[in-house]
Ligand binder design. Structure first.
Ligand SMILES: NC(=O)c1ccc[n+]([C@@H]2O[C@H](COP(=O)([O-])OP(=O)(O)OC[C@H]3O[C@@H](n4cnc5c(N)ncnc54)[C@H](O)[C@@H]3O)[C@@H](O)[C@H]2O)c1
Ligand SMILES: O=P(O)(O)OC[C@H](O)CO
Length: 317
C-alpha cells in the first residue's frame, strides 16, 4: 500500500471533513483542512494540490466549486466528493456539479457506511471510491486506505453517490418506525422496500443495479437506518416523538441532508413517473401534511400488489 506523499486538500471542516482529514494524515499525506471560518485562503491551500476532497454540505457545493474554479489548480488535480445530497435547482448530484465545473479533471465519489463519530473513535469501517477514471479512483484509494479504513474502487460513480444520498430519506422513515415502536418486522419491511425505491430511481438515472447491493447502497442504508448517530435517523425518531421539524433542525448537530434530498427526489420521481411510496410519505411528513401515524396507515393501506413489478430476472428489481 505504499505510494508517494500526496498533497490533499479537504474542503469543509465539519464532522465528515475533519474525520477524512485524519484518515488521509495517518498515511503520511500532507493534509490541509480548509474551512470558510478559518484563516487560510482557498487559493493558498489549493496550490500544488494532488487531491481536492469536498466534504461541504449540499447547499454550499456549487458556491465552493465556483470559487475553486477561479483559483489556480494543477491540470492533474483529482476532485473527490463526499457530500450526500441533490441540488434543488438542477437535481444534479455533487459529482455532476464538480464535473460540470471541471470538465477536464477526474472526479471521484467517496461514499459508504461511514458514521463520522465511529471513524474518529478509530473503529474499523469500509468505503467505496467510484469514478469513470479508474486510475484516479485507485490514487484516492491509496490515500485513504489503512488498517482501520478499507477502501474499495467501483466504476459506477452515479450509483455509489445515489445510494449514499437516497438512503437518507429512508433513514428518516426508519427513525420514525423506531420512534413509534413498530417492531423489527416493520423495520425489516421498511428498509427492504426502501431499497426497492432507491434501485428504481437509481436505474432510471443510469446507475447499475448491483451497486445498490454493495457497501455504498445496502451497506450505508443498514448503518444509517440502525444508528442513533445518524442525524437523518434522529430527525425521524424525534418527529415520531412529536417534535416539529423546526425544533429538531435547531438542535441537530450538523446537517440532515435527507430533508432537502426528499424534496428533490419527489420532483425527479414525478417528472419520471417512478413510484416511491415510502419517500412520498416522508415528504408529506416533512411538509407537515400528515402525522407519523397517518403516514404509516397510508403505507399499509395501499392497493395490494405483487412484490416485484415484473418477475422476470431482468426486471425483478
Ligand atoms: N457526518 C457524517 O457521518 C457523514 C458521513 C458521510 C457523508 N457525510 C456527508 O458529508 C457532508 C457534510 O457532512 P458533515 O457531517 O461534515 O456536516 P457538517 O454540518 O458538520 O459540516 C458541513 C460543512 O460544510 C461547510 N459549508 C456549508 N456551506 C458552505 C459554503 N457555502 N461555503 C463553505 N463551506 C460551507 C460548513 O462550514 C461545514 O464545514 C453531508 O453531505 C453529509 O451527508 C457525512
Ligand atoms: O448523520 P447522517 O444521517 O448524515 O449519516 C451519516 C452518513 O451518511 C452515514 O454513512
Amino acid at each position: 500500500m505504499s505510494q508517494s506523499v500526496k498533497s490533499v486538500v479537504i474542503l469543509g471542516a465539519g464532522a465528515w471533513g475533519t474525520a477524512l482529514a485524519k484518515l488521509a494524515a495517518i498515511n503520511g499525506n500532507q493534509v490541509h483542512l480548509w474551512s470558510r471560518q478559518g484563516s487560510q485562503s482557498l487559493v493558498s491551500v489549493l496550490e500544488n494540490a494532488h487531491i481536492v476532497l469536498s466534504a461541504i454540505s449540499m447547499q454550499g457545493v456549487r458556491d465552493v466549486a465556483s470559487v475553486v474554479k477561479s483559483s489556480p489548480v494543477s491540470p492533474e488535480t483529482i476532485f473527490v466528493t463526499a457530500t450526500k445530497g441533490l441540488e434543488p435547482k438542477t437535481t444534479y448530484t455533487p459529482s455532476q456539479i464538480w464535473q460540470e465545473i471541471f470538465p477536464n479533471h477526474p472526479v471521484v465519489v467517496l461514499s459508504g457506511p461511514n458514521l463520522s463519530q465511529e471513524i474518529v473513535r478509530e473503529l474499523p469501517a469500509a468505503t467505496v471510491v467510484a469514478s469513470k477514471n479508474i486510475n484516479a479512483a485507485q490514487s484516492v484509494q491509496l490515500v485513504f486506505s489503512s488498517s482501520r479504513f478499507r477502501v474499495y474502487t467501483n466504476p459506477d460513480p452515479v450509483g455509489v453517490e445515489l445510494g449514499g444520498t437516497l438512503k437518507n430519506v429512508i433513514a428518516i422513515a426508519a427513525g420514525v418506525c423506531d420512534g413509534l415502536n413498530l417492531g423489527t418486522n416493520a423495520k425489516a419491511a421498511l428498509v427492504t422496500r426502501g431499497l426497492t425505491e432507491i434501485v428504481r430511481i437509481g436505474k432510471n438515472l443510469g446507475a447499475k443495479t448491483e451497486t445498490f447491493y454493495g457497501l455504498s447502497g445496502l451497506g450505508d442504508l443498514l448503518a444509517t437506518c440502525n444508528s442513533p448517530l445518524s442525524r437523518n435517523y434522529q430527525l425521524g425518531y424525534q418527529l415520531a416523538h412529536g417534535k416539529t421539524l423546526k425544533e429538531i433542525l435547531a438542535s441537530l448537530p450538523g446537517i440532515a441532508e435527507g430533508v432537502n434530498t426528499c424534496r428533490v427526489l419527489m420532483e425527479i420521481a414525478q417528472q419520471r413517473s417512478i413510484a416511491i411510496p415510502i419517500s412520498e410519505q416522508v415528504y408529506q411528513l416533512l411538509e407537515g401534511e400528515v402525522t407519523p401515524q397517518q403516514a404509516l396507515d397510508q403505507l399499509m393501506l395501499r392497493d395490494i400488489k405483487p412484490e416485484f413489478d415484473d418477475f422476470s430476472t431482468e426486471q425483478m428489481w
